[in-house]
Design a binder for this molecule. Structure first.
Ligand code: GLA
Length: 390
């Protein structure tokens, strides 16, 4: 462990002991948040009409019934502050309150984005020095979710002179917005985004985060998605109802992976109890994409009420087995073949805690396999066989 890391770890444990300023809103993010976010597909090409169209699609195509709720506007909505310091949306979003009302009328919730720094990652107005004011503005608009992205706070942290001072700045910034949100009086899911530095999983909950990004940005490519997903090994103990590890938003349907790879993406995120934030254009997806996003049994694994994150239980070269404990003693198990050719993957269920043969179901095939003690199956290249045991 380097001196830097030691310093961060010490700060992290101090943060874990710090008392929260006021009570967290009860019941927020009891299961990993589900919804949609504008960034992966639209980036800065996002506006009021596009957001409404996504809400229309989610309410009409079965996603809402499958559990998707949040319509989250990412970066580039921000306009200028007025003389009183109040933030206004830019011309792409003429009336944020009207937009929130529209989204709410569809039975959905609205999310927004800001930064603890003076500027967002895309160079728009951040919340630095205006935290309480911004939280009140979001609450007045009817916002239900805030992604708070470190961005331009980074340089001031680097200028702090020491790692300890840098992280103190970061923790204080996240706590400041936590307190501002609580004081604003509306339950708002608080999503921390600082790319997984400083073992954020150890202190994200103590600064009020309902979820915290554990990695840098995902891209719509199999190797990057896989790298991010598998890098979650060992983090399961930090997730629980109200506090989730966030390996970034989904790329399902954006076109850079095939259907097998997107099923791997969705399966891994479900096993990780990751937020399921679709990142595609919901108005134009194929039936196959919709089927992947809304598969009830896969979503149920992600949303299992026990709120336990899965973890790696076996690895043999490119073949991995991950398991997630489910309510009532059941388990979801993913048999991953990360190689470029089809391969057999095998797992002994005794290793997963099942002493007797257990009811086994292939989730994507929607097929009961009977009571088994082990399973060996040919998984396609870059594919997964997702099982439910018990
Ligand atoms: C960062 C975040 C992304 C997205 C962009 C917006 O890169 O990690 O998820 O919010 O900023 O600028």
């Amino acid at each position: 462990m380097t001196g830097i890391r030691r310093g961060l770890a010490a700060l992290a444990s101090a943060a874990l002991l710090a008392p929260a300023a006021s009570a967290a809103p009860a019941g927020l993010a009891a299961t990993p948040p589900m919804g949609w976010n504008s960034w992966n597909h639209f980036a800065d090409k996002i506006d009021d009409a596009t957001v409404r169209a996504q809400a229309d699609a989610m309410a009409a195509n079965g996603m809402r019934e499958a559990g998707y709720r949040y319509i989250n506007i990412d970066d580039t909505w921000e306009g200028q502050r007025d003389a009183a310091g109040v933030i206004h949306p830019n011309a792409k979003f003429p009336d944020m309150k009207a937009l929130a009302d529209y989204v709410h009328a569809k039975g959905l919730k609205l999310g927004i984005y800001s930064s603890p720094g003076p500027k967002t990652c895309a160079g728009y107005e951040g919340s630095f020095g205006h935290e309480a004011q911004d939280a009140r503005t979001y609450a007045a608009w009817g916002v239900d979710y805030l992604k708070y992205d470190l961005c331009s706070l980074g340089p001031s942290m680097q200028a702090a002179g020491s790692v300890e001072k840098a992280q103190a700045i970061e923790l204080a910034a996240y706590e400041k917005m936590r307190d501002a949100l609580r004081a604003a009086g509306r339950p708002i899911v608080y999503s921390l985004c600082q790319y997984g530095f400083d073992q954020v999983w150890r202190w994200g909950g103590s600064v009020g985060g309902n979820l915290w990004r554990t990695t840098g940005d995902i891209t719509d490519k199999y190797p990057r998605m896989l790298q991010i997903g598998l890098s979650q090994a060992g983090l399961s103990k930090y997730a629980k109802p109200g506090n989730w590890n966030d390996p970034d938003m989904l790329e399902v349907g954006n076109g850079g992976m095939n259907a097998i790879e997107y099923r791997t993406h969705m399966s891994l995120w479900a096993l990780l109890a990751a937020p399921l934030l679709a990142g595609n254009d919901l108005t134009r997806m194929t039936p196959e994409t919709l089927a992947i996003l809304t598969n009830r049994e896969v979503v149920a694994i992600d949303q299992d009420p026990a709120g336990r994150q899965g973890d790696r239980v076996q690895v043999e070269g490119p073949l991995e087995v991950w398991a997630k404990p489910l309510a009532g003693g059941a388990k979801a198990v993913g048999l991953f073949n990360t190689s470029d050719l089809p391969a057999y993957v095998a797992v002994d269920f005794a290793k997963l805690g099942f002493k007797a043969p257990v009811r086994t179901r292939d989730v994507w095939a929607a097929k009961d396999l009977g009571k088994l003690k082990s399973y060996r199956v040919l998984a396609p290249a870059h594919g997964v066989v997702l099982l439910r045991l018990g």
